[in-house]
Design a protein around this ligand. Sequence first.
Ligand code: BG6
Length: 467
Amino acid sequence: HAKLKDFPDNFLWGASTSAYQVEGAWNEDGKGPSVIDMANHTEGVTDFKVTSDHYHHYKEDISLMAEMGFKTYRFSIAWTRIYPAGSGELNPKGIEFYNNLIDELIDKGIEPLVTMYHFDLPYTLQEKGGWSSRETVDAFENYARTLFENFGDRVKYWLTINEQNMMILHGDAIGTVDPNLENPKKELYQQNHHMLVAQAKAMNLCHQMLPGAKIGPAPNIANIYPASSSPEDMIAADNYAAIRNWLYLDMAVYGRYNTIAWNYMEEKGYIPVIQEGDMEILKSAKPDFIAFNYYTSQTVEASRDNGEEAGHTGDQQISVGEPGVYKGAKNPNLKVNEFGWEIDPAGFRTTFRQIYDRYQLPLIVTENGLGAFDKLEEGDIINDSYRIDYLRQHIEQIQLAITDGVEVFGYCPWSAIDLVSTHQGSSKRYGFIYVNRDEFDLKDLRRIRKQSFYWYKDVIATNGANL
Ligand code: BG6
């Protein structure tokens, strides 16, 4: 482009967290246990009991976010604080905590952007079958109604389910399903269907109850490259795009199963039970925007050997593949971060263009960022220049996408403040704000501004002009 378009006025600069990764206070003030609290955690790294203790530090944390100039803050509500058993009895202390948090944000001029559910399903629901059970759909609808009733006067932006596609694709790793089941994948696609129905119900409810509010899905969407220009690799990339990305968004936006994904499910025997009326519900619900998380792109090749399950792409530690359908492949054009995740800023722009082309809805990024072992130096200095580089390169690509004509209204990198990663502990840091703790030594949990804090503050102050 000869000339770049500016970021729009009122662009929602901010950052993200999720309840179970940042709040701590895992069993305080009436909170019930979630699947996370009851899971066996990765050996050698911390659990989620204290994390960054945001539950007790939220005022201080929000004031630091305000200092950075945040226009929005994306956080999730812990379902188990509101309904300790997933449904049934309401916990007033949980409502109170989020009322206080939301009021604090509004007071500081920060728009709350609320994820309704981020991996932490109430354990009581899990015991009754979790997302395999229809009951969880009803419980989610009831929970959604409670959130809209209690917080809808102040929360204008809602996200339904965080990374539903990752829960299905990596259900064994995220703990959505018992890997010892005879056919765990079939189970996962049943869960997927239930989550899709639950999401549609929540979107409809939001529009009925809160006419001024906006709601959308928040999957992880990534551009997918064929490993070569071979036509077979292109088909594999298309297959993977349908199964990984479009299945979820086609349903959220158009209320229909993506054809390629449906055929894949049929061939593999994963077709879910669809109850009468489900397809009508799915069809009737429409999101107002699409939120997505992006860390890395993906590359796949044809699965040439039918016995060979998977390869590695994006996150080099996670295997990706389906016999006969696609197989993860390394992208030789990309560098990887300290944790083996491929870094692909240009792929971010492609991802924007593809989503917008397909759905023509406004887009907001709800996660993007770099996990690293930050080092606290003498004088409270954390020189995370590598994080600044990563974020700068990605923001440049947002501006290019905007210049391409894509409607983007916000950017919330992961994470606002250091928190505990999904399975690699608290030493894998993502925040603009350092939390002074070690993997097992909680120290003083002091908040310290990183180099990236000052940098991002200036980015926001100049609406993206100073990168
Ligand atoms: C996203 C999740 O998948 O990636 C977050 O929504 C997570 O919960 C983030 O923390 C980074 O992944 P990780 O495994 O490094 O924590």
